[in-house]
Design a protein around this ligand. Structure first.
Ligand code: PGA
Length: 252
């Protein structure tokens, strides 16, 4: 399956309406990079304004609740994201797993809720530095995949996996290309074990300190189908440089 490289910006808890100007510039750049699929997951308050401001890129949530509606103060459901213009949501980001105590079972329930609402999902996995130092990185990531990925007929086509080593997120440190390749090959093998043939078509993104300077190298690693980008997705200049590195031509 020849998917286009998929470059997703995760704005985290950053951005007011002032940042819509960057989103428009990203959208214009994405329009010139037809070989690359570009998306942004803004804070919930910007999902609808952003969806209405852009034409080329897709817009997603950063999380969703397991229920469709109810007495869950402060939470947001997948159906609400869809209604606001989202086409996907991230689930299981390591900041949610670490700061909100989300287990694999919770991440799975959220992924299922998103699919039920008609959204695609990006399921995040990744080891801590201590786990890597202990030689447990692949074991940890494969267990997360097994526990967090929704299964069932025709599900694989709606799922993207993001491998984000926790120690590389927001730190400026990245794994070697060999380590990224080894992990992505292990993830591919696990996807095929879980989904059968369909597992070969699931895109696997790398995330963690991706920037314009390292994107070409990281994207060249085995089985890397794109990137999940935090800090460098907050300006059109730095984000479009990554889009270009992914094979588009965002600069005219
Ligand atoms: P970063 O974040 O690019 O700022 O390291 C990536 C992420 O957490 O998705």
């Amino acid at each position: 399956m020849a998917n286009r490289p998929y470059i997703v910006g995760n704005w985290k808890m950053n951005g007011t309406r002032a940042l819509l100007a960057e989103a428009r510039a990203i959208d214009r750049g994405a329009a010139r990079a037809s070989g690359v699929q570009v998306a942004i997951a803004p804070p919930f308050t910007l999902v609808n304004p952003l969806a209405e401001a852009v034409q080329e890129i897709t817009v997603g949530g950063q999380d969703c609740h397991v229920q469709a509606a109810g007495a869950y103060t402060g939470d947001i459901s997948a159906a609400m994201l869809k209604d606001a213009g989202a086409t996907f949501t991230i689930v299981g980001h390591s900041e949610r797993r670490a700061m909100h105590g989300e287990t694999d079972a919770v991440v799975l329930a959220k992924a299922q809720a998103a699919l039920d609402a008609g959204l695609e999902v990006i399921v995040c996995v990744g080891e801590t530095e201590a786990e890597r130092d202990a030689g447990q990185a692949e074991t940890v990531v494969c267990a997360q995949l097994q526990g967090s990925l929704p299964t069932g007929a025709d599900i694989a086509a709606k799922v993207t996996v993001a491998y984000e080593p926790v120690w590389a997120i927001g730190t400026g440190r990245v794994p070697s290309v060999d380590d990224v390749s080894a992990m992505h090959r292990a993830i591919r093998a696990r996807l095929i074990a879980i989904y059968g043939e369909d597992g070969a078509g699931v895109q696997i993104l790398y995330g963690g300190s991706v920037n314009a300077g390292n994107a070409v190298e990281l994207l060249s690693a085995d089985e890397v189908g794109g990137a999940l980008v935090g800090g460098a997705s907050l300006t059109a200049e730095s984000f479009l440089a990554i889009v270009v590195a992914a094979g588009g031509s965002a600069s005219e």
